[in-house]
Design a protein around this ligand. Sequence first.
Ligand code: B12
Ligand code: SF4
Length: 502
Amino acid sequence: MKEKKGILLFNPRAAESRARIPNSILSLAASVQHAFDWVIVDGNLEKNPLEKIFQYLESGRFSIFGCTVMPGIQIREAIPFSAAVKKAFPQVCIVWGGYFPAAHTETVLKSGFVDAVVIGPGGDSILRILHALHEGQELQGIPNVYFRTDHGIYRGPAEKPLATGLFPELPYETLDAMYPLPLYLKRGFLGEHIMTFHSSFGCPSDCSFCAVPGLFHRAWFACDADTIVNEIMKVRSRWGCDAVEFSDNNFFVSEDRVKKFAESIKDKGICWWGEGRVDTLMHYADETLEIMRHSGCKMIFMGAESGQEEILELAGKGGSQSGEQILDLASRLRRFGIIPEFSFVLGFPAPDERTMLRRTRKEIRFIRQLKKINPDAEIILYVYSPLPGDDNQLQGCVRNSGLRYPDRLEDWLLPPWRDFDLRRQPETPWSNKKALRLIRDFETVLNAFYPTISDHRLGRAARALLRGLSFLRYITGICQFPYELRILLKLLHYRQPEKEGF
Ligand code: B12
Ligand code: SF4
């Protein structure tokens, strides 16, 4: 019988500190585990990941090098490592999945070293690719799989994922044998040993700046509350975690599910955090918020995006969310002792510099008002990094601006594309130096006056020093050139959730 070859799954480095359980590829491993051999190489934990990848591939055990790639830092290893693998092991099929190849599929496949791209949840597709390679068949017809042919890009049939296959039981024990699980259960604001769990795919909303609607078309698939609790308790009893970070795009879609989860997890000594929407949470009953808090919900991340109606409209949140609602929720969550973490997206395309500066100043005033209402509210400032996407008002502005993404995959490694997706200061036809400086200066003063609670290493003395030194600037609103604060934040190794996660 022909030898069955398996898959080497690679998670390129994504974080400077605090490696998280690599759920993107671990869930792929879970989908193939009963039929094929698999191993994981985690760039967040390896000193020399390429060496490890080569060692595995030299064994001849693997027919696929599967690489997960989200925009930003991960392309820095994904691109050169995939090119090197193709050169040294041309017979190995290189498959990419995740948000970056879903957005730039053609560029990825045209590179010549990525053989196939899987769009959306990949468990079922990767299993079918493994079977096809084993049986010497073509990849044609496998749902959501794109690949290069002599005639161009072949697009497999688009198929909605089936909720049943989306949440396979994760092989924590096998991962533990490769990378001891405690390496992923690190200390943070939520607890001493935080695990990451992903309990739903997609989102029913379609914000115009977000990558999720393009992949899921407003569908949302979730596992039930009992499954979440069982998985957490499995990790807790074997490795001892005391907190969970949910990495769902929108954990709070179903109030009923959240309530059930909160009721079952309470008294189990677990703190938790998740991402949701302002309008959804505003509609939650007081009783649910009360149960959530008592069950260990410490903080909720929400895309506030803006306090201005015109921007909310552009972002696709107009009509259902308003500035007033954001302020109300900030005050409401304060009553329940849950910290709201609001992210804002600044720097959307504007018709001229005056409008851009007016909008930026208005946003800053709104954030100051928000902090007055709830000083504990965490503020995350992003700058809009566009994605290729569907037709909407925002995409129209992007297209009219003349922005063009690189044609060559390798160009994503060069400035200005290298940092484009980090949401810090993407170079776009509408980016404006004065507005960016306003944002950065305000962010520095805000971070010093209200240091994030998520930087658990920052002691009391350091916080007091930062607050004292920024007091006058914050109170007077004179934020220009805050060099003294920048230096101090750097010396204190201040950790920004915008860069490192939450
Ligand atoms: C955990 C996480 C991180 C971690 C790193 C994780 C890691 N890999 O080590 C941290 C916190 C470091 C991080 C950082 C960033 N992140 Co992030 N991150 C996530 C998050 C919350 C969860 C990822 C996950 O585990 N999902 C669970 C798995 C099961 O789902 P999945 O990843 O989609 O995988 C499935 C499919 O995509 C597919 N698939 C994925 N990979 C592969 C590979 C192969 C071979 C195949 C066949 C299939 C396949 O199959 C999988 C199983 O079904 C996602 C949101 C989300 N819910 O996915 C954002 C997300 C991926 N991040 C995003 C972004 C933009 C970033 C940043 C670049 C920017 C920012 N400021 O947030 C930063 C970079 C920061 C930096 N250091 O520079 C965006 C990407 C959106 C986009 N623009 O396309 C997302 C979608 C959040 C969002 N809604 O905006 N992130
Ligand atoms: S609510 Fe969040 S995840 Fe859903 S579409 Fe909007 S930004 Fe994306």
